[in-house]
Write a protein that binds this ligand. Structure first.
Ligand code: NOJ
Length: 515
């Protein structure tokens, strides 16, 4: 087995609640994933990343964990997890689990213990409790804001405040506390012993806070995430934790990996998580955030490759996940968005490194922008005072078949936890399978023909991205129709007419050719 499989792997994100529902309760589950593993193997991906499926009150879709060593009954049992791992491995698929170390759920047994204990006790010291400011401690200890809106502090009954960078039901753990560190080392071992191939580390940039918890000094802090370090994110001390984790991962064979969800201000800051004794990969959110613009994309590709080279880590590429609007919609929506998304997957899969796909992008699913208010579940909706509709629009359950009340997501008669738009029958797996013009078949062909080898830019016009991977040329045209020399086409995102020894690449179209 290739010990370094992760360096060019394609990893498919399964958002458990919305992937496949085996028991008809409207929510996706582990047996549902298991039943669809042949689909994933057939798609041609190398691994799955499964979002949290631990026992949880589900205030934040499972990113509020009450017990790190079990499976929520909504999703199945530990035996289902074992069976899923076995089946996946038999099909040659790796499985990466989401681990949530920045915060627990307030339903985790540690939190009621902390609330019941007095200030300064070991029970409280597992979290970040502080006295408030103001004459009577009635003001939060500092000006930090929750990523979901409102203050990042909530007052406990005895007057102390606790920190929660996310929802008030997600208290931040105190990573200065050795007991917390030891607990997570044990949790990693628990799942590694069960056979998982790695972890996606939630809020990997968040566990260590700046000494003295200093004020940021401005409001609207979420907007600063990508431009400057905040005292609660991307602090240097966090890297010490990953050095400990890497030793644990390296003590298992075959290789186990970890990928950081780290929002930082630059590709260089992200690369610090990828030093040889830290984590293996980090999501490339700078790439995800680039617009459909040749210069912008080329700049972020160059920045990324330059940043990962000195630490000898693979670049990663991603366009969508369960926290952002789906890229078909970001790229303009409708026919334009779809055309660009088709070109974008050929660009992304031709770049050197590892690629993350988000479930449903292979079907060309758009963001659902018109979910009724009453079905919204993302805590952002409430915490923003109903000004931010949150992330439910990219979490609508997948359509698998053309018919049925759940379009095959669950058994006929069941109702998915978020309603699927009626026109999603036409986007279902069943509707696209075998249709050579479909997004699904484009993904399948591209995953089969993915180029490899040395990466070299070829200078072309300002709206063209052209590069070679050994003997394969990838051309992405983001401007007016362009003529290139004709040769054998491996995959094209749209029709390219051949005229003599030339080929016409239309606007927003990509093609892989043999040189
Ligand atoms: C990042 C996860 O991707 C997101 O869904 C979650 O709300 C936050 N971390 C908090 O855990």
């Amino acid at each position: 087995m290739d010990q370094r499989w992760w360096r060019n792997a394609v990893i498919y994100q399964v958002y458990v609640r919305s992937f496949a529902d085996s028991d008809g309760d409207g929510v996706g589950d582990l047996p549902g994933i298991r039943s669809r593993l042949p689909y994933l193997a057939g798609l041609g991906v190398d691994a799955l990343w499964i979002t949290p499926c631990y026992p949880s009150p589900m205030n934040d879709g499972g990113y509020d964990v009450a017990d790190y060593r079990d499976i929520d009954p909504l999703f199945g049992t530990l035996d289902d997890a074992r069976a899923l791992l076995d089946d996946a491995h038999r099909l040659g698929l790796k499985v990466i689990l989401d681990i949530v170390p920045n915060h627990t759920s307030s339903a985790h047994r540690w939190f009621p213990e902390a609330l019941a204990a007095a200030p300064g006790t070991p029970e409280r010291n597992r979290y970040i409790f502080r006295p408030g400011r103001g004459a009577h401690g009635e003001l939060p200890p500092n000006d930090w804001e929750s990523i979901f809106g409102g203050a990042a502090w909530t007052r406990a009954a005895d007057g102390e405040w606790y920190l929660h960078i996310f929802d008030s039901s997600q208290p931040d753990l105190n990573w200065e506390n050795e007991e917390v560190r030891e607990e997570f080392r044990e949790i990693l071992r628990f799942w590694l012993d069960l056979g998982v191939d790695g972890f996606r580390v939630d809020v990997a940039h968040g566990m260590v806070k700046a000494d003295g918890l200093p004020d940021v000094g401005v409001t609207g802090q979420r907007a600063l995430l990508d431009t400057r370090p905040l005292p609660y994110f991307d602090q240097d001390g966090v890297h010490e934790i990953y050095r400990e984790w890497r030793k644990i991962l390296d003590s298992y064979s075959p290789a186990r990996i970890a990928v950081a969800e780290a929002w930082t201000s630059s590709a260089e800051r992200t690369a610090r998580y990828l030093r040889p004794d830290e984590l293996h990969q980090a999501f490339n959110f700078h790439y995800l955030q680039a617009g459909w613009d040749a210069a912008e994309l080329r700049a972020v590709i160059d920045d990324t490759l330059a940043a990962v080279a000195p630490v000898d880590a693979p670049a990663t590429w991603v366009l969508s996940n369960h926290d952002v609007h789906r890229h078909v919609t970001r790229y303009g929506g409708g026919e334009v968005g779809l055309r660009r998304a088709r070109a974008a997957i050929l660009l992304m899969l031709a770049l050197p490194g590892s690629v993350y796909l988000y479930q449903g992008e292979e079907l060309g699913l758009p963001e659902v922008l018109d979910l009724p208010d009453e079905v919204l579940q993302d805590p952002m909706w409430e915490r923003s005072g109903h000004t931010d509709r949150g992330r439910d629009g990219c979490r609508v359950p997948l359509p698998w078949s053309v018919e049925g009340t759940a379009l095959g997501f669950g058994p006929d008669g069941s109702r998915p936890w978020l309603p699927q738009p009626a026109d999603w029958a036409a986007l279902s797996v069943a509707a696209q399978e075998g249709d050579p013009r479909s997004m699904l078949e484009l993904y399948r062909s591209a995953l089969r023909a993915r180029p490899a080898g040395d990466f070299t830019w070829v200078d072309a016009g300002p709206d063209l991205l052209v590069f070679d991977r050994d003997a394969v040329r990838c051309t992405v045209n983001l401007g007016a129709p362009a003529r290139v020399r004709a040769s054998e086409v491996l995959v094209a995102s749209g029709p390219c007419e051949v005229e003599g020894d030339h080929m016409l690449i239309p606007t927003d179209t990509a093609v892989w050719q043999v040189l």
